[in-house]
Design a protein around this ligand. Structure first.
Ligand code: ATP
Length: 377
């Protein structure tokens, strides 16, 4: 059992408020990912949990016990950094045995455990090698294995896969996720890579400027971002945004009007979201690239754009469309268009209005969906 609670944590470095009132709970066996841009306070929070930084205020608890004042070695927490520090004169087997020898385990158990963890992480063939004879990926896996072998109550990882090439990163990521599940170790993982966060996490904690912006399951954060920052940070290509004004013209219904003639007629679901925002209110609309369908046949009822660039991505096309002065990204399948999408041709944008988000200008907060019942178009 290991349930980690961070309770109103504050860390200052001089005038920088690196962790600003951070409160969160990581349940027993949960895989939690701290996600945010560089400098948002992820590492600071992680290091405070590890005991490597003394907080200016707030507490860290594991299973109800306040550990804020304990030394790192007294917390039963293992940490893996991006720059894994392996001892140049120790073989892989010795690296793995070391934490168990420190616990005074008998030789037979140490040998069996070393073998077991080496198998789990695909290191059996390199147990006799020194670090300088390992590939980067193998060395990184030794660092992870060394942290896991002593079965810590909590595992903390700070961008541990950054040094790996894309293929190896994906491979190691899958191994790590599998291991974490099998061993059921409460895990906190720091990354600025939103795809990595989505693939690994049970819970993502999105941070910016030392503060938690939102936490929740990857799907929840993707579908229900609380503000424009979270909406823009999660998803590739990122969400499209446009500042619009609400207009209700008698008899014509509700419209969102953007720059350069952009005009979106609100259906029932979107009208419900707009609710009773007064005419002429400013709102920012946000729509994900996969929630826009492009039509090459003219349709005056839909907003108009022009194809700017078409980029193949696996089975998909990422199409940049000029909408007024803005460039919107649209995701479509190759099969949908084949070679027909020439540069500069006009296209109409059919926006899935049930998936369109409205954000308040200024605060960037998402305008709450007022009528959940009518959300299917
Ligand atoms: P990255 O992804 O770049 O590691 P991060 O989200 O982990 O960023 P932190 O390393 O926690 O961010 O840094 C948070 C803020 O605190 C940043 O503004 C950083 O410059 C500052 N900071 C971090 N460590 C120190 C330090 N030892 N002394 C002074 N300022 C620091």
């Amino acid at each position: 059992m290991a349930r980690v609670v961070v309770d109103h944590l504050h860390v200052w470095y001089g005038k920088t408020h690196a962790a600003d009132d951070i409160s969160l709970t990581v349940d027993d066996g949960e895989f939690c990912v701290f996600l945010g841009p560089s400098g948002c306070g992820k590492t600071t929070t992680l290091r405070a949990i590890a005991g490597l930084i003394k907080p200016d205020a707030g507490d860290i608890l594991i299973d109800e016990q306040v550990i804020t004042k304990l030394y790192p070695g007294e917390r039963d927490i293992a940490m893996v950094f991006q720059s894994y520090a392996l001892y140049p004169h120790l073989t892989v087997a010795k690296h793995l045995a070391f934490p168990l020898e420190a616990k005074k385990m008998d030789k037979a158990t140490i040998a069996a455990e070393t073998q077991r963890i080496a198998e789990l992480l695909g290191l059996t063939d390199v147990l006799d090698r020194l670090p300088r004879h390992l590939s980067t990926g193998q060395a990184q896996r030794v660092a992870i294995a060394r942290a896991l072998i002593r079965k810590p109550r909590v595992l903390l990882l700070d961008e541990p896969l950054n040094n790996l090439d894309v293929r190896l990163k994906l491979q190691t990521r899958a191994v790590l996720k599998r291991l974490q599940r099998d061993l059921n170790i409460t895990t906190i993982y720091v990354t600025h890579d939103q795809e990595e966060a989505q693939s690994l996490a049970d819970t993502i904690v999105v941070m910016d400027n030392g503060r938690i912006q939102q936490s929740g399951s990857p799907m929840h954060i993707y579908d229900q971002p609380v503000n424009e920052f979270v909406a823009g940070f999660i998803g590739t290509p990122p969400m499209n945004f446009m500042r619009c004004k609400v207009e209700r013209t008698r008899g014509r219904g509700t419209y969102l009007l953007g720059p350069d003639g952009f005009e979106l007629h609100a259906g029932d679901a979107l009208s419900a979201q707009i609710g009773d925002l007064p005419d002429d209110s400013d709102v920012t609309i946000g729509i994900r690239p996969e929630r826009i369908a492009l039509h090459t046949e003219p349709d005056e009822s839909l907003p108009l754009g022009h194809v700017h660039i078409v980029e193949p991505e696996g089975n998909d096309l990422i199409i940049s469309v000029r909408v007024g002065n803005a460039i919107w990204k649209v995701r479509a399948t190759k099969a949908q268009f084949g070679g027909r999408l020439q540069r500069d041709i006009p296209v109409n944008l059919r926006i899935d209005q049930s998936k369109l988000h409205l954000f308040a200008p200024g605060t960037g907060q998402r305008i709450e969906v007022l009528n959940q019942v009518n959300l299917t178009p």
